[in-house]
Design a protein around this ligand. Sequence first.
Ligand SMILES: Nc1c(C(=O)O)ncn1[C@@H]1O[C@H](COP(=O)(O)O)[C@@H](O)[C@H]1O
Length: 162
Amino acid sequence: MKREVAIVMGSISDWDTMKEAAEILENFGVNYDKKVISAHRMPKEMFAFSETAKDKGLKVIIAGAGGAAHLPGMVAANTILPVIGVPVKSRALNGMDSLLSIVQMPAGIPVATTAIGASGAKNAALLALQILGINDEEIAEKLVLFRKKQHDDAEKSGEQLG
Ligand SMILES: Nc1c(C(=O)O)ncn1[C@@H]1O[C@H](COP(=O)(O)O)[C@@H](O)[C@H]1O
């Protein structure tokens, strides 16, 4: 089955955050690859993955990392596929280090950076789906239903106020 999204992360310790992205893709019935490919600890594998990603049929890459989070930027440097970076909450600095490492890319090599942590991972998956939805009507329709449910749930929650 075709896999158009990859979720990569710097460490298995990031999975707790990145699994939120995986869950959303699964709910939308979208297959994905998932890998640990640290730019720091596995530089050769990181280069090989990024350089071959487009030819393998991937369309979007979600890259999560914490601390000195170079992985999203280094993946982006080696592919023209859109890269969505998720700053994983770090123990020492609560993810501010991750956020700034990912968001402050030099002009020319963009990384679409999300919020820190689980919310960011969820939004990364939704943004990936929105990118796929440009050319995939089935995904686009599921996104419309998702937004409607979100709206209806929010509206209903207000009823608790009486
Ligand atoms: N930021 C990076 C990169 C990278 O950017 O290549 N490789 C690992 N890491 C991060 O180190 C943190 C701690 O990793 P460990 O828990 O394995 O010590 C993780 O959040 C990971 O993303």
